[in-house]
Write a protein that binds this ligand. Structure first.
Ligand code: ADP
Ligand code: MG
Length: 698
């Protein structure tokens, strides 16, 4: 047998199990060796039966006697009972609903049984112990040692895996170690052969931890190599060079009604520095809702346009694209009327120059873009799918989409933009309001440079956040009415219904009916949901902006970007159904002006875990703190697209360990410095390339 032997060709496995293994991605003998336990039971203590005490976790060793089976019809139970006897005493053992054990016990006399000792009316006993016949030709694998427990899977038990993997372990000898030798010795890791032995069948818990430490480091190390190589690859591409015009930028900033925050200044500076370089920028601008990302992007766009290149700005929704268009049209239009700005969405195509706006056909506007007549085009992510070609695209700004590969960028840039051999790859700025925990920023986004907007502009007050139990609902409505009387506005968000925009729209309509006829009958109540037409949504948002609507009932579409400074109430129904990051986004919709604002989180849930989670929001105001907290309680798998990122499960478990990630990044960096192409490490190179593909680092 070879490490590359398909599992179905391994005699003791066979086709039925081979199929089940394939579901776990296990195809070859080697894959099985790399299928690791999730935990261990320590059954290494072998105790004489006469010395057993209640709650001991032990292995006993002896002769099986008096095997019997009975049925308890009332409880629908089948109980196998037996006694195990050594020189010191005997112990009663029972198994529930595992009749097959009876024949196993009858056939063997000397066995090992492992489990927890309980105390019943008839004295000490063990229930459902693991069992293994004593053999002279090999060490036990299910008892009498630290026993590996594998992640639960249908049709494959830990017991089966232990047998299968144990017989493969001698082949660990032939596994090539992809890790550089100097790292193994620097970090005091066990060599691969020992590490495989130790992770499956450790001599003690410490050995298991040693092996785990190595494999965790290894996975993260590969990801870091993949990210850093992707970064280096990007640096080999060429991009439009954007000159920073400091005088112009200052003049532009003076035309604004506010001063930049320190982080806005710092981020803008980092971006302008990147843009000046001959290689494409690949930067993520991260900042809470309302931290002022748009103006930072505008500064980058201004310099891009001044240098003679175009800027494309893509928003996640049509409403947001339109809002950005209106906002940027105003800022740029007032500053320099010769800058041409356009909006390009499915429902809307508008062109603005010298204070005048025109509606244009799709063809016309595409032509303007490819002729270079439009300096700044604002649209949705579909801009990239509509076959739009830019004459001289210098900068792509994308909201809430974190990666945009070389090919995607090249597709937007027209071929005429070539400079002889190599195509010019536009600079890329991604903006996100999702606070990304540091560990994720360093792994899944490890190929991007990151700028942070840490503070909120202009002395904003903390949003007072409260969990409202069902019995306080009426009081909450009264409170909101008082705010409305003062001229303020409110948002009511209906519960999230996963995978069904339609049902969500329905529940929003019902809530709208209820509130407009009930508590808020004296006020103008509006409705907004994802199933509405773009024009309808726009009309509603305009009415909210002009305070013609005081209470807006909405599905989660209100989440991103909408700017209504007069709104002071955010009421979220079914708050427990949303993730903390999303709730935090909702909360960011209010508190955008001088008025004190409030966020009410309604939940019927009595689950302590749920309340605990939602309560974190009442304490933390800062998105980064919340993100770290969310990560620590829910794990990275469900969050922030870590699972979708293609990251291996084993590495995912390390995502709460920033120190490990930094250590691995440092090692990866040092290695690439010596050998950027990994020529000396073909095994390693292969692994890294696999990960690079899987995680879409490009
Ligand atoms: P986000 O980061 O959520 O995209 P925006 O760019 O929409 O935030 O900015 C939110 C609001 O804050 C806008 O009305 C914007 O004009 C305003 N703003 C941005 N920067 C500042 C600042 N430094 N001082 C005061 N207001 C600012
Ligand atoms: Mg924004």
């Amino acid at each position: 047998m070879e490490l590359s032997t398909p599992v179905e060709n391994i005699k003791t496995i066979g086709s039925v199990y081979a199929k089940r293994l394939k579901k776990l991605g296990i195809k070859e003998a080697k894959d099985l060796l790399f299928h690791f336990p999730s935990r261990y039971e320590d059954y290494s203590k072998i105790s004489p039966i006469g010395e057993l005490k209640k709650d001991d976790v032990v292995t006993v060793r002896g002769k099986i006697m008096h095997v019997s089976e009975r049925r308890v019809y009332r409880k629908n139970l089948r109980i196998v009972e037996a006694y195990i006897e050594d020189r010191t005493d005997s112990l009663r053992v029972v198994w529930f609903n595992q009749s097959y054990i009876k024949s196993y016990l009858n056939n063997s006399s000397h066995m090992l049984l492992a489990g927890t000792v309980s105390l019943g009316k008839e004295g000490l006993y063990m229930s459902n112990p693991t069992y293994e016949t004593e053999r002279t030709d090999r060490a036990p694998v299910h008892a009498g040692r630290v026993v590996p427990i594998y992640p639960a899977t249908r049709g494959i038990t830990s017991r089966w895996l232990r047998n299968a993997i144990y017989q493969l372990l001698p082949h660990a000898e032939n596994v090539q170690d992809p890790m550089p030798k100097h790292l193994i010795s620097d970090k005091k890791f066990p060599p691969i052969k020992n590490a495989l032995q130790q992770i499956h069948f450790p001599g003690n818990q410490k050995q298991a931890e040693e092996a785990r430490r190595r494999f965790e480091f290894e996975e993260i190390f590969y990801i870091q190599l993949a990210a850093l190589r992707a970064k280096a690859d990007m640096q080999r591409e060429i991009s439009p060079k954007i000159k920073s015009d400091i005088k112009l930028t200052k003049k532009f900033l003076n035309s604004l009604p506010f001063k930049l925050t320190d982080s806005q200044k710092k981020s803008s500076w980092q971006i302008l520095k990147d843009l000046e370089k001959p290689n494409p920028m690949n930067r993520l601008l991260e900042g809470d809702v309302g931290s002022g990302k748009t103006i930072v992007a505008a500064i980058a766009a201004l310099n891009t346009i001044k240098t003679g290149f175009q800027t494309a700005y893509m928003a996640p929704t049509e409403i947001l694209a339109e809002q950005h268009f209106l906002n940027l049209r105003k800022i740029f239009g007032e500053f320099n009327p010769n800058i041409s700005i356009a909006l390009y969405t499915r429902g809307n195509r508008r062109y603005f120059l010298k204070g005048k706006e025109e509606d244009l056909s799709k063809e016309k506007i595409k032509k303007h873009i490819s002729d270079g007549k439009i300096d700044f085009i604002i649209g949705t992510h579909t801009l990239a799918q509509d076959g739009v070609k830019f004459k001289k695209l210098g900068l792509i700004v994308v909201d809430e989409q974190h990666r945009f590969g070389v090919k995607q960028r090249a597709a937007l840039a027209k071929k005429e933009g070539r400079t002889g051999k190599k195509e010019l790859i536009p600079n890329f700025l991604s903006m996100t309001a999702t606070p990304i925990p540091r560990s994720l920023a360093l792994t899944i986004y490890g190929d991007l440079d990151i700028s942070l907007l840490k503070e909120m502009p202009g002395g904003r007050k903390k949003v007072i956040t409260k969990i409202v139990p069902p019995q306080k609902r009426t009081a909450a409505y009264e409170f909101i009415k008082d705010e409305l009387k003062k001229g303020r506005q409110a948002f009511v968000v209906v519960p999230l219904i996963e995978y069904s925009e339609k049902l969500e729209a329905k529940s929003a309509k019902e809530e709208y009916e209820k509130l407009s006829k009930g508590p808020f009958s004296d006020y103008a109540v509006g409705l907004l949901h994802g199933k509405m037409k773009a024009e309808e949504k726009e009309r509603i948002m305009r009415d909210v902006k002009e305070n013609k609507i005081q209470v807006l009932v909405s599905t989660s579409v209100v989440e991103v970007g909408i700017d209504i400074p007069n709104a002071t109430i955010m009421m979220v129904e079914g708050a427990d159904r949303f993730g903390l990051a999303q709730l935090h986004q909702f909360r960011g919709r209010v508190g955008r002006d001088k008025h004190q604002s409030y966020c009410f989180l309604l939940t019927d849930s009595n689950s302590q875990n749920t309340l605990h989670r939602v309560r974190a929001l009442t304490k933390a105001q800062n998105g980064f703190d919340l993100a770290e907290y969310d990560l620590s309680i829910r794990g990275a798998g469900e969050l922030y697209g870590a699972r979708q990122s293609g990251m291996p499960d084993f590495a995912m478990a390390s995502l709460t360990n920033v120190a490990l990630i930094e250590e691995a990044r440092e090692s990866a960096h040092a290695l690439l410095e010596k050998d950027p192409k990994l020529k000396k490490w073909p095994e390693l190179k292969e692994r890294v390339e696999q990960i690079q593909n899987k995680m879409h680092f490009e």
